[in-house]
Design a protein. Sequence first.
Lengths: 395, 204
Amino acid sequence: MTRDERRARRGGREALPRPVEEHLREINRLEPPIDLMDEVVGRIEDLRPPHRFSWIPAGVRVAGAAAVLALAAYGLVTLLPSNGPPTGEPVDVTPTVIPSVIQLEPPDIASLPAAAAVERTLSPAEPGVPAAFGHGSLWLASDPAGTLVRVNPATGEIEASIEISGPIDRPYNMAPAVDDRWVWVSSGEDGAIVRVDPESNEVQGRTEVDAAGYQLISTGSDVYMTDFDRDILVHLDAESGDLEHRIQLPGGPSGLAVTDDGLWVSLWRQERLLLMDPQTLQTFDEYEIGLSSITLTPDGDSLWISGNNFRALERFSIPERRVVARTSEMTLVLFRGEPWGLTFDGELVRLDPETLAWTAGLQVDMRGCDCSNLVAGPDRLYVGTTTDEVLVVAP
Amino acid sequence: MDQWVQPRGASPGPAVTARHARHAGEGTEWVDQLVEEARRGDVRAFEQLVKPHLPRLYRLAAAMVGTDDARDVTQETLVSAWRELRRLQRPDRLESWLRSILMNRARNVLRTRRRHPAVRFDLNAGHADRMLHEPMSALPGRWEVEDALTKLGPDQRAVVVLHYFADLPLRQVAVTLGVREGTVKSRLNAALRNLRLAFPEGST
């Protein structure tokens, strides 16, 4: 059948391959789950408008109210004249505060102070997803093409186009990480970690690790990479590029972060956080986080845990070893030491680092927003759009 | 499966009342009124407003992200619509507006999902129960088509789904996605080329 015949058969449209057509036809017979609308209504009814004490964690509010009532009752009993015998020692009414997670209802972004303004739009000649900032440049990953693109952050001009691998059919594999010396990239084609010299924009080394990168981080002395599909954690010596460890880590290793306490790895399928020895990869401890985490971001005493599939963004207190605050799902970066997030709805917001309250915001055009691509530079934020442009945002 | 999937042709649930029946017959004025009531915080008005669109939205979500995530995408779309209702400028174009929100969310799910689809094969990882409740989990050849659609990437998949599944003309696909019509055409051509490579004629 010729193209014209196929087109004619579909009334002017070229026909889809038959298995795809049949698949879509099957989908068209589906009915939504019977409880879906009830779930939506329940979710909406849970959305309470912020009120005067909404910033106080719910557990603290309850305990506080109980303490006030108890004190009032105690005062009433002790102040009123009594004909009975003395009641003895006053009862200890100190409230017990149960640790709770701060979770505030996100406000209407229009009610917030303006967080930033879109300063300009970059249209790099080569498409790519903003993935990192370093060595004075914005680095775009073109995963399917296997190309790392270095862009002038002021003009959008291409400074270098660096071939990492041949074209690959997996959409996300490069996971670039920048340290003071190198740019590290995963090559999905040959399962290597590639070291790029930002001075010459040339590949300076490849380490075969038989893994494809999900998240890749460098501390300057050590490089770590997770392979989500194959449950692998890789550790390289950044100085020599030598492979130090390659271990199986069941559970879908995804997010990575290094703090003074050690190496943190989140397990996507098991909703757990592992704390490991950064040199031996022995597991010290593990914590339930109740969140399918995809990335971890260290920030002083905190770890920011980004989930996906409509979960949440959480702040994990390292000293307390627990999640202490939570807000809507968003991608997170640290900009000038402050947490900034971008939601699925294109809301760019500045967060209070303690409560995760939204303190300022900017509505980015929803349809042009790719919310998984927010990069922080030294003085600007960069937002990738679905049309391969980059919004330069001045906070 | 039965407890999750409403039989085709089943009568609407109790929340769809006589008001909704009027909604269907009285044109845009009634929709305007429901929008106003919903904007004032009436959740039931919102329910009546969006419930007629629910099946199409759910199917569109399933076509975009697969049935495993369709429920979440639809739910998040409607919660988002509730929060953003004040941005709806043309109540008579409610479905287009909901569709735009859903497509944006679906594409973001595809982007952030990254290589997570591999999870679906891991029956020992706690996902087996969920799979059994998904209506299309047993459909022969589903994974092959899903894989081919996944490899298209979010943008190419979106134009295929909107044009072939939602039956929108290319111009409306462009409006829904916020891109130029020429961009839609080139994405569609690339998508069709890729799908034909995945499923050569005569191979199935």
